[in-house]
Design a protein around this ligand. Structure first.
Ligand code: FAD
Length: 401
């Protein structure tokens, strides 16, 4: 099998890259280890930055998002039983975010890929990337029980944090920067309308809580839990009671309860692999970096990488120049490190470390007070939350119209 760009992984990064390359007339093959149902149903992110929504529209993948997604112009911070709305739009000159689940983004992109007629092989597990440092890289993979080889001009490693691509970068070239946090998030999906029409981020002495949503009838709720917690340690009743405690306000706000349909624990981690390119292998999305979910940046970073890589490969095809491919890693990393900084800061602002002192508790509250009372501090949060600009902007994705 032979193609120009071998894409490993059909998550948001791989699927969007395939779509953008199709628009730019660059052929690709997507290898995905899991089946289609798994890719389309895996519960993960749900907040799209304005720039991400613009990219999806420009790529022709925005119609259902615009019909079914929920535009949010603000978020609520809760602390000391008080509520403070951060007016994202007013603070950023009209920017907003879109609540539209990653499952739906993936469904839309899979449908487009299949309609484009480009190969998307489910159940095709990449085993190794070989010859990344040469002009003829190859992906060895297993499909339907048989081993095969995909020969390419370029390989896009879009295979998430546990994929195989990153391993093809020699140890002497890789630099890893990471932090693990001593807590995780217990997340539940519940068949109940959200108890507030915007996301609520709560700082509480018992730990962080987040009220989010997937649709007008489905709530997504999270609790900070100690590292190593198993979902089965928490009964549904325990979850609701703890959410009520941490989200409690001084006014008459109440939490709506409903049937819990899914429960899982996500560890919190910050991770960056540098460089994001080795020879003809380009890492994109979670394959290169992880952020704690507090800032809702993971999916948005994956989209940014895909746009940057598609533009660089399109430029190569049009002009023969490697200029943008050579700049790929540095271009992506500028945005990645801003998202790492923001996600880490927001995590520190809202979570309670197991060894937190009373002094640190007071500092957290003082920081929240500052955001609530200073336009400059509120603007700093709002700008980061709605997203850092993509170099080249959504226009970079418009090749597909
Ligand atoms: C539980 C959870 C909750 C999250 N919540 C949020 C959130 O609220 N907000 C947010 O912004 N982000 C969130 N994230 C992060 C976000 O989901 C990721 O950043 C995003 O999925 C990254 O997209 P990706 O395409 O890079 O990787 P992935 O979505 O991980 O896709 C990688 C794909 O590669 C495939 N693959 C792996 N190995 C191979 C192989 N060897 N061969 C072939 N295919 C392979 C995988 O099956 C997968 O389909 C969350 C993540 C998790 C795990």
């Amino acid at each position: 099998m032979r193609t120009t760009v071998g894409i490993i992984g059909a998550g948001p990064a791989g699927l969007l890259l395939a779509r953008l390359l199709h628009g730019a007339g660059v052929d690709s093959v997507v290898l995905e280890a899991r089946d289609r149902a798994y890719v389309e149903q895996r519960q993960r992110a749900g907040i799209l930055e304005q720039g991400t929504a613009d990219v999806l529209r420009a790529a022709g993948a925005g119609a259902r998002m615009d019909r079914e997604g929920l535009r949010h112009d603000g978020i609520e911070l809760r602390f000391d039983r008080r509520r403070h709305r951060v007016d994202l739009s007013a603070l950023t000159g009209g920017r907003s975010v879109m609540v539209y689940a990653q499952t739906e983004v993936c469904k839309d992109l899979v449908a487009l890929r299949l309609a484009d007629g480009g190969p998307l092989l489910f159940g095709a597990e990449a085993l190794a990337v070989e010859g990344a440092g040469t002009d003829a890289p190859r992906v060895r993979f297993r499909h339907r029980g048989r081993e095969d080889v995909l020969e390419c001009d370029y390989v896009a490693g879009c295979d998430g944090f546990r994929g195989v691509s990153r391993r093809a970068v020699p140890a002497g070239v890789s630099r890893v920067f990471e932090r693990t946090y001593p807590f995780g998030w217990l997340g539940v999906l519940a068949d109940v309308p959200p108890s507030h029409d915007e996301l609520v981020y709560a700082r509480h002495d018992r730990g962080f809580a987040l009220l989010s949503m997937r649709s007008p009838s489905v709530s997504r709720l999270y609790l900070q839990v100690p590292g190593g917690t198993q979902p089965k340690e928490w009964s549904d009743e325990d979850v609701w009671r703890e959410l009520e405690r941490r989200l409690e306000t001084a006014d008459d706000w109440t939490l709506r309860r409903g049937p819990v349909t899914q429960k899982s624990v996500t560890p919190l981690r910050s991770y960056v692999h540098e460089p994001m390119r080795y020879g003809r292998l380009f890492l994109a999305g979670d394959a290169a970096h992880i952020v704690p979910p507090t800032g809702a940046k993971g999916l948005n970073l994956a989209v940014g990488d895909a746009v940057t890589l598609a533009r660089a490969l399109g430029h190569r095809k049009e002009t023969g120049s490697d200029e943008l491919l050579d700049a790929y890693s540095a271009t992506c990393l500028r945005r990645v490190w801003q998202a790492e900084r923001f996600s880490n800061d927001l995590t520190a602002l809202l979570h309670r470390a197991p060894d937190a002192t009373a002094f640190e508790d007071r500092l957290q509250l003082a920081r929240l007070e500052r955001i609530a009372s200073s336009r400059a501090a509120g603007t700093d949060l709002a700008e980061a939350y709605t997203g850092f600009p993509l170099e080249g902007g959504a226009d970079a994705a418009a090749a597909d119209g």
